[in-house]
Design a protein around this ligand. Sequence first.
Ligand code: HEC
Ligand code: HEC
Ligand code: HEC
Ligand code: HEC
Ligand code: HEC
Length: 160
Amino acid sequence: MQRPALTAAAVLGALLLSCAEPPPPAQPVPFSHRIHAGTNGIGCRMCHAYVEHSTVAGIPSMARCFGCHKFVARDKPDVQRVVQTFQEGKVLAWNRVYRVPDHVFFTHERHIAAGLRCQTCHGEVQQMDVVRQASPLTMGWCVDCHRQRHAPTDCLICHK
Ligand code: HEC
Ligand code: HEC
Ligand code: HEC
Ligand code: HEC
Ligand code: HEC
């Protein structure tokens, strides 16, 4: 008599799994947005410097990290790894969390100019120790918001 209940649970589990966003990728050094953008209040644009003027937001260079960490938290082993990587002239290979397929055109500039907050699409990043995908990135997600905000919905806007 347990079988139908189990089957229902399995179906529900599969449904939940198929709705959930993918788990965050591994990163070369644990980098916490909660510590940087939350506790220490460092602005998003300090590190994602291109976001207002470009398609991409940009990931900070090692020199940017070193700019603070030549002084800050030098006793922490993870910070020592960051500083050492910079001094060896190497880079940390961050793995991407958000990505749309190559056939889709997305640009930050226009969305920031329209007054959208980072958190609308990326969630409360300043509370996250590990950045995880907070939006589905499906066509429906893009188009629903475009409809609500009277932004264009013709195919060639997003598919060049
Ligand atoms: C504007 C200054 C600033 C920049 C730029 C910066 N950090 Fe930090 N970082 C901080 C501060 C402040 C702390 C907190 C120090 C503390 O709590 O003692 C910190 C802490 C850390 C920690 C230790 C976290 C912990 O407590 O375990 C790591 C690792 C780290 N940063 C990595 C990086 C990396 C990698 C970059 C470049 C992508 C970077 N930081 C850029 C200011 C900065
Ligand atoms: C001190 C530098 C620093 C600050 C400040 C900072 N970030 Fe980041 N951000 C990074 C680094 C380094 C990565 C790459 C590592 C990772 O994904 O955690 C990153 C990754 C991200 C990603 C994922 C990018 C991808 O791979 O797709 C998003 C989204 C993001 N940040 C948004 C924000 C927002 C929103 C704020 C402000 C609330 C912010 N960041 C503040 C350094 C910073
Ligand atoms: C309208 C939704 C939206 C808003 C608002 C938004 N982003 Fe993004 N972001 C995305 C999407 C979609 C991607 C993946 C783009 C791709 O694959 O080309 C992305 C990618 C990123 C990345 C990784 C790739 C890159 O562009 O460097 C970072 C970092 C990032 N966003 C930071 C930010 C920050 C910081 C803000 C606020 C200042 C912000 N985003 C506002 C949707 C948004
Ligand atoms: C939260 C709402 C929201 C989401 C989500 C969103 N957009 Fe937008 N998008 C807008 C707004 C608002 C504009 C600005 C329209 C304007 O400038 O008049 C815009 C503008 C654009 C433009 C520029 C249009 C032009 O006139 O050239 C492109 C391209 C675009 N979005 C692509 C995307 C893609 C691709 C996604 C999904 C990956 C997406 N957007 C997700 C709200 C959103
Ligand atoms: C606001 C942005 C936006 C607009 C407008 C848009 N798309 Fe898309 N489209 C996307 C995104 C993002 C994806 C990739 C994610 C996905 O497959 O859901 C996508 C994926 C697709 C795919 C591939 C689906 C797959 O299974 O790989 C096709 C085909 C497509 N779109 C056709 C269209 C057509 C036709 C229109 C016009 C009626 C259109 N799109 C308008 C954003 C958009």
